[in-house]
Ligand binder design. Structure first.
Ligand code: UN1
Length: 503
């Protein structure tokens, strides 16, 4: 099959001008075969700032459109995404290497957040608060914030944009999006899909509501440093967050940071082991270990260790690895060679720290520049060396435990704090895990894995994961500015706190 041709055909069907994907300086490779499938032209920083200026102008008009009407645009976006689901899902598989159900699942996540945001567009409400002064009313009002900058990572190239964009748009904001330079094609597809929704919406949608910035780090920096961008929502490594966070803080801009995860699961004595096995397999091997929610550490109680770990190893040895485009394999490729090298480095370090490695070898598929690996399960004597770090690859470190308090402490003894799960049928254990001195993560699950969160909940994590929350619940509040209003409808002017100031 000719992936380059198929990519161009898909992009054409999705509405992208295919002349724009050839002859540029920014090569795009498909991890499925490693071949170059496009070359886009990078924008200059000046062009990026110009795009931000246009988005700012769009914001000034969009903020005056009533929120439920703004919701109508997002409803149309959801419709367009439904129509484009098969093509966009396939493009995700080509550009990121996801298996078909995960490529389509990512688009489904986009449709879901659109539905959520449409409902939200009639629910952007503030409180009315009791005031201490007679004849007064105090309330809070939520107003549109401005241009929302979105920096997304390669592994969820379209869903993470949609979580931010759908909320931002109903909140009255415009969006400037810097996709990963590894996955700009799916971003161009989303831009075209959005343009169709805008066209159907009509004249009330100002030009410039969504701008996509194509380029490398310099473009991202232009977005982070531009004073007309009051919020940047950035997904990526903790290293990236350490740079972006302080830069935003310096100009008092808001940051929604969704950074690394080093997610753990605990298998307790009473766990349903069949269920745990399936959840662990998907959480650790799914998406070739390239989700921020991927299960990376597993603590197994000594009483069930021998009942589950050998079965897990078997699953690791038998899981199918192969092209997501041509086979029904469950594990696709790593994104590129650096990802493969990092995986091998971590496995070597694990071995040096006493780990017993199952799997991890490269799987040949006839393409030298594609990096398929067998997922690796590593039995570790303790939580040392690479276990403490996130390696963005399918490596699961397995450790034995005997004491619940001790395992809770171990669970929390890493830098990241994104997702976590416990497998137990003991209510005391599950409630402890969810309690104030339980899991310290933004996501804590019982009897399901660490990955695959629904959009209805707030998504994000603590500590080195960055603290931001996107998607459902009240995450929308980060995309608006809150004004506290006190109205005096009396004839007197009583001062708060009993202060008198009679002139
Ligand atoms: C990510 O990996 O950046 O919970 C996002 C999940 C998905 C989102 C992952 N819904 O695994």
């Amino acid at each position: 099959m000719d992936i380059t041709k198929e990519t161009a055909a898909l992009l054409g069907r999705l509405g992208v001008n295919t002349d724009s994907i050839v002859g540029g300086d920014l090569p795009v490779h498909s991890p499925v075969t490693g071949e170059k499938i496009a070359a886009l032209k990078s924008m200059s920083s000046a062009e990026a700032n110009q795009a931000i200026e246009q988005a700012h102008e769009a914001f000034k008009a969009w903020r005056l459109v009533p929120a439920p009407k703004r919701g109508e645009l997002v409803r149309l976006l959801g419709e367009e995404l439904r129509a484009a689901k098969a093509d966009l899902g396939r493009l995700v598989s080509i550009e990121v290497g996801k298996i078909p159900s995960e490529g389509l699942g990512e688009v489904q996540e986009m449709i879901d957040i659109c539905d959520f945001a449409v409902g939200l567009s009639r629910q952007l409400y503030g409180l009315t608060i009791a005031t201490e002064r007679p004849g007064h009313r105090m309330m809070e009002t939520w107003h549109p914030l401005g241009v929302v900058g979105v920096i997304s990572a390669f592994n969820f190239p379209v869903a993470v944009w949609s979580w931010n964009a759908a909320l931002a748009l109903v909140c009255g904001d415009s969006v400037v999006w810097k996709p990963s330079e590894k996955t700009p094609l799916t971003a161009l597809a989303c831009e075209a899909i959005f343009a169709r929704a805008v066209k159907r919406f009509g004249a009330d949608a100002p030009a410039g509501l969504l701008k996509v910035l194509i380029g490398d780090r310099a473009i991202g920096e232009a977005l982070v440093d531009n004073p007309k961008v009051p919020l940047v929502s950035a997904t990526g490594s903790t290293r990236m967050g350490r740079e972006v966070g302080p830069r935003l803080a310096r100009r008092f801009a808001r940051a929604v940071l969704e950074l690394g995860g080093n997610n753990a699961g605990i298998v307790c004595p009473s766990a349903d082991l069949d269920m745990a096995l399936r959840a662990i397999a998907f959480g650790a091997m799914g998406t070739a270990g390239q989700r921020c929610t991927t299960l990376r550490r597993l603590f197994v109680h000594e009483s069930v260790y021998d009942a589950i770990v050998p079965r897990l190893k078997k699953a690791y040895e038998s899981v199918s690895v192969g092209s997501p485009l041509e086979t029904s394999a469950l594990v696709g490729p790593l994104i590129d060679k650096p990802a493969y090298d990092n995986m091998q480095k971590a496995l070597q370090a694990a071995g040096a720290n006493g780990g017993k490695v199952t799997g991890g070898a490269r799987v040949e598929n006839g393409h030298d520049a594609a990096y398929y690996v067998r997922p690796a399960l590593v039995e570790m004597p303790g939580q040392v060396g690479p276990v403490l770090e996130e390696t963005f690859a399918p490596i699961l470190y397995v450790m034995k435990y005997s004491d619940f308090d001790e395992v809770l402490a171990q669970h929390n003894a890493v830098g990241a704090g994104l997702s976590s799960s416990i497998f137990t049928r003991d209510i005391q254990e599950s409630e402890r895990f969810l309690s104030a001195d339980g899991s310290d993560c933004g996501i804590a699950n019982v009897n399901i894995g660490t990955s695959g969160a629904e959009i209805g909940g707030a998504f994000g994590g603590e500590k080195e994961t960055g603290g931001g929350r996107e998607s459902g619940s009240d995450a929308w509040k980060a995309y608006m500015r809150r004004a506290t209003n006190t109205v005096n409808y009396s004839n007197a002017l009583p001062l708060a706190q009993g202060v008198s100031f009679d002139i």
